[in-house]
Ligand binder design. Structure first.
Ligand code: ZN
Length: 425
């Protein structure tokens, strides 16, 4: 469990998450491919490719012909606040604040009154070209202060947060203009004038922890979706060979609709699968029919204080195993559910089911979006958690291991469909 929390702590932005996985892939013998070059892929080879530094795809090739792709997809981003280009707000009084806008649909209240900093990437002008540098300002730099209850008597009765004022973080008192840029430049190892572009986001400083009377819970920033990203990755690395190509996908921008080149609505997954088919002389349509996608994004556990928000007969529990999600905004159908349930049974992993209460819209995820580009049998799954889109979320301490077990079995298998008969072998 501590490995998950360490991974999350070291991944304060999607760029850091992808960078951490790249390092692990390189040390596990994987070859890095560049999208802009010709790929010479060898049987038995292990490869990965990134796009925008915030999305990643890794895959292994079998020695002989292959039947299909066994794919998992999760997302690298989480709701937060994006720091604007001209970031410093000077005043009122001597206060210096950072101008931000919302990224994704966060719960606002948890972001207040806790230490924050910034993380992301900056683009730096060097003598030869423009270089990407990852940035994490490693100090308690920012805080969004609440208004005292004496001044805002409405604070405890359904307060509406105004993004242009209520969630603006405070950085200092009396600092000169340019202080923030200088801090970021120092973290990037360059001068402030060498920074040509930035993608910087707020992140909580609090580390994840294990808690509860019997250590049954974990709480951490970004459990949605780094818990699934991590569990699928461990399963991908641990799996043994099969007659299919295991593919690990981590995509960005799910929280803002996936409509970017590095998101599920971009072409990364389709491009890579097509290139693998071309390199191995396989027919993409035949391969897709024998491929399977696990879209892994966290699910809602029944809330202890508000059990009424869940459907009467679909009530996922933390530490209850993998949640299969069904409904209009999910890709799961009877067939994909059956195949994945059979797999979990074989792996000794419990499954439970989520469906929205019929009068609630709920949220969507990347399974359906990815399917529009690469159509294959798909199941939407997740691990049960509380306080989704808070900046400090809570999940079951035992569920990550269930996901690792299930995904190890998944990546060790091949999928085959013929006239309504389905096999995972
Ligand atoms: Zn998510």
């Amino acid at each position: 469990m501590n490995d998950l929390l360490t991974f999350i702590a070291q991944s304060p932005s999607p760029f850091h998450a992808v960078d951490n996985l790249c390092r692990e892939l390189l040390s596990s013998g994987y070859t890095r491919l560049a999208e802009g070059e010709w790929w010479s892929l060898a049987p038995g080879g292990k490869y990965f490719v990134t796009r925008n530094g915030s999305a990643l795809l890794a895959f292994r090739l079998p020695e002989g012909p292959f039947r299909g792709f066994m794919v998992s997809a999760s997302h690298s981003d989480a709701p937060t606040f994006r720091v604007k280009e001209n970031a410093e707000l000077m005043g009122p009084e001597g206060y210096v604040r950072l101008n931000t806008e919302r990224y994704g649909g966060m719960l606002c209240a948890p972001w207040l009154d806790r230490p924050l900093t910034v993380a992301g990437r900056v683009l730096v002008q060097t003598a030869e070209n423009i270089e990407t540098r990852l940035v994490y300002v490693d100090k308690d730099l920012l805080l969004i202060p609440n208004v005292a209850i004496h001044m805002n008597r409405e604070a405890n009765s359904g307060y509406k947060y105004d993004a242009k004022c209520d969630t603006i973080p405070l950085m200092g008192l009396g600092e000169e203009k340019g202080t923030f840029r200088a801090l970021v430049a120092r973290a990037a190892g360059c001068g402030p004038e060498e920074i040509l572009g930035t993608d910087l986001y707020l992140c909580p400083r609090q580390r994840g922890l294990v808690w509860g009377a019997q250590e049954e819970f974990i709480s951490s920033p970004r459990l949605d979706d780094l818990q699934c990203a991590y569990g699928c990755f461990r399963g991908f690395l641990a799996a043994s060979g099969s007659g299919s190509v295991p593919v690990y996908a981590l995509l960005d921008n799910e929280e803002v609709g996936s409509l970017t080149k590095q998101g599920a609505d971009g072409t990364l997954l389709a491009d890579v699968l097509r290139r693998v088919c071309a390199a191995l002389g396989a027919e993409p349509a035949a391969i897709a029919a024998n491929s399977f996608l696990v879209s892994a994004d966290n699910a809602h556990a029944v809330h202890p204080n508000h059990p009424e928000y869940h459907d009467a007969t679909h009530r996922p529990a933390m530490n209850g195993g993998i949640v299969i999600k069904q409904g209009a905004r999910y890709a799961t159908d009877g067939a994909s559910q059956a195949v994945f349930t059979a797999l979990c049974r074989r792996a000794g992993v419990p499954v439970q089911h989520f469906s929205n209460r019929s009068d609630l819209a709920g949220g969507g995820t990347l399974g359906l979006i990815a399917n529009a580009h690469v159509s294959m049998n798909t199941v939407d799954i997740g691990l049960a958690q509380l306080a989704m889109h808070s900046c400090f979320e809570t999940a079951g301490a035992r569920d990550t291991e269930y996901l690792v077990q299930a995904m190890t079995a998944f990546y060790s298998a091949s999928f085959h469909e013929e006239n309504g008969r389905f096999a995972l072998e």
